[in-house]
Design a protein around this ligand. Structure first.
Ligand SMILES: NC(=O)c1ccc[n+]([C@@H]2O[C@H](COP(=O)([O-])OP(=O)(O)OC[C@H]3O[C@@H](n4cnc5c(N)ncnc54)[C@H](O)[C@@H]3O)[C@@H](O)[C@H]2O)c1
Length: 256
């Protein structure tokens, strides 16, 4: 078994958007740290599940679109049937890598709605569906994958930046609201990360790769594996008096 520091042994954690990119890297890392991972994505994340299983980790791979309350409920039911409790939720599903940067006048309200439907409302419905089970279980952890963009006021993807700004605000207010239920809510904000999806978007790569690298104290490309440790930390006992925070994981680009 691979978990040489099993800081999440015995924990059951749902990761949304776990099929590729940052979500896949998070799922793999949490399994390495001893968690039972429920990996979900729009399509069943079979590659993620095989990668975890090949290392001896524990995983349940399920298809669920976070914009569908029924599909979210189905993964909760399946998790509870198999595990009995849900200790953690990592809200990673989001629309990012398909975005083509452009002036805000060219981004239609329909695109704003579609993006908020996933990045904000989908995240909120996952929280609403899972929190009652965490309350019944005496507590839990929620980690929201945010972005450095609202901190820096990055231009040309205003709908995306606004959606992640909303999630920073949700992280703070939800932490306050759920503190008395021993549910801790934190955010992890990656910088521009070369996930599989991003690498396929040549416009984003051309526009953002070099400028992001040069803006960092640690002046190199950011990869999905750079993000995972902060997520594991917020899910672990080491973070049991930290809530409402958003940690920038960007190689020292924006100082929060
Ligand atoms: N890559 C970056 O530079 C970067 C930087 C900061 C934050 N982020 C955030 O990190 C997360 C992952 O980024 P990534 O680069 O791996 O993105 P990605 O677009 O490559 O992957 C996102 C994942 O979410 C899934 N997803 C999309 N809509 C969904 C839905 N309705 N229901 C369930 N799953 C859905 C996709 O299938 C995919 O597996 C996103 O929330 C993104 O906003 C990315």
């Amino acid at each position: 078994m691979m978990a040489n520091h099993p800081i999440l042994e015995g924990k059951t954690v749902i990761v949304t958007g776990a099929g590729i990119g940052i979500g896949k890297a998070i799922a793999l890392y949490l399994a390495r740290k001893g968690a039972f991972v429920v990996a979900s994505d729009v399509k069943e994340p079979t590659t993620t599940a095989s990668a975890i299983q090949s290392e001896g980790g524990q995983v349940l791979a399920l298809a669920a679109d976070v914009t569908s309350a029924n599909q979210i409920q189905a993964i909760i039911d399946a998790t509870l049937r198999q595990r009995g409790t849900i200790d953690g939720l990592v809200n990673n599903a989001g629309i990012y890598s398909s975005i083509v940067p452009r002036p805000f006048e060219e981004i239609s309200l329909e695109e704003w709605r579609q993006l908020f439907e996933v990045n904000v409302f989908g995240l909120m419905s996952c929280c609403q569906a899972i929190v009652p089970h965490m309350k019944a279980n005496g507590g839990g952890r929620i980690v929201n994958i945010v972005s450095g963009t609202p901190f820096k006021g990055i231009p040309y993807m205003l709908h995306y930046v606004a959606s992640k700004g909303a999630v920073v605000a949700i992280t703070r207010s939800l932490a306050n609201e759920l503190g008395s239920s021993n549910i801790l809510v934190n955010g992890v904000a990656p910088g521009f990360t070369l996930s599989e999806g991003v690498l396929e978007n040549t416009v984003q790569v051309d526009r953002l790769r070099e400028v992001s690298r040069n803006a960092r104290s640690l002046a190199r490309d950011q990869v999905p594996e750079d993000v995972v440790g902060a997520v594991g930390f917020f899910l672990s006992d080491a973070a049991d008096f930290i809530t409402g925070q958003t940690m920038l994981v960007d190689g020292g680009s924006y100082f929060n």
